[in-house]
Design a protein around this ligand. Sequence first.
Ligand SMILES: Cc1ncc(COP(=O)(O)O)c(C=O)c1O
Length: 440
Amino acid sequence: MNNKFSKSLSAQEEAKKRIPGMCQLLSKRPDMFSQGVWPAYYSKASGSKVWDLDGNEYTDMSISGIGACVLGYNDPDVDGAVINAIKNGVAASLNCYEEVELAELFCEIHPWADMVRYARTGGESMAVAVRIARAATGRDKIAFCGYHGWHDWYLAANVGTDNALGEHLIPGLEPAGVPSQLSGTALPFGYNKPEELEKILAENKGEIAAVVMEPIRNIDPEPGFLEKVKQMAHEAGAVLIYDEISAGFRICVGGSHLKLGCEPDIAVFSKAIGNGYPIGVIMGRQSVMEAAQKTFISSTNWTERSGPAAALATVKKFRDNNVHKHLLSMGKTVQEGWTKAAEKHGLKVHSGGIYPLSHFAFEMDEPLALKALFIQLMRDRGFLASNIYYPMFAHTDADVRRYLAATEECFAVIAEAVKNEKVHEMMEGRESGSGFKRIT
Ligand SMILES: Cc1ncc(COP(=O)(O)O)c(C=O)c1O
């Protein structure tokens, strides 16, 4: 074991014994990076810096709290608002008024929307949106595209099918624990493939409660795609739900749909809007949102105060500072830097994603071993880095310059290792995981 990381690595062994799956989010599992290399636990985080359990300091140029901490860690304005909420009582027998202020703010930023409900995480917020759509239409089936969380309504797509979620989430997901009776209730269609949605709607006439999708993620919508989906959904009597959990507030102030020029019936936000504090917003037109009163959607901890207080401070800071412009510019510089460094050292690398959600992949033999080696080499240069870069407002030009210089160095080392067939010999840990596997 590398002594510099002994506490981090032994903590992971302890965790595996006590926590099935080791942690609560697949994307933070060390096997998604490189088991034996990735520190996995932090003791402190501030701005763009993170310290692991052994006290090693990193500049975090990786998943940025998996896209939750857009402003940066420990943001003084957001933390200040939350500390103030805590000092004045984070929960009581009465409701917190921040809920009303936040609803006003969201409806002001999105003038098509009238009403808001809250949850605390992205997946559960999507489950709320789907329940509202089912209640509003009296229908069961959902047509969807992309990833929308862990709940039964979504994993039902893999019940009785040959890995329908393979292209939308990850391959290899067993829908164990999801009732088999849900088979055929979640029907996937491809992004920019309106003909696939058309087929679903034709084969399930009068049965589709909602069409669920992210307005944008890896690629831009083809001209007319979003409008066509909206028209088809409405002609079929279905509710159009946009999942803005990852894209929201990253390309403009508000949902990405504002920039893309197509308004849904419901839009769902989480992640970015709390800068790490738990909050989920389900926002929509009154005609649909009123259906929340026909069904039972209710939870004690959805009434606590820190989430709405954090969201108010975060969204105001986004608006006051045009944070999305910074994210777009940082992501663009990094994507261009990856391409340049790869070309310089003869590596085949593909980069993509909207700039604030950037990623690259080695298009070479053993891409997951190369990814693991990159993570290790970057760690040794003081960076938390992977094949994903989610920019934060706290990232400075200097951070990006240092990161790209280190990336170029590491790409050179990798090119040499590939040439001399030394990749595995140099690896301290395991290669990165690709699909969903039991952690060992
Ligand atoms: C588009 C989208 N929907 C839903 C989710 C689930 O959100 P959460 O992890 O907060 O449950 C995610 C998380 O990555 C996401 O990117």
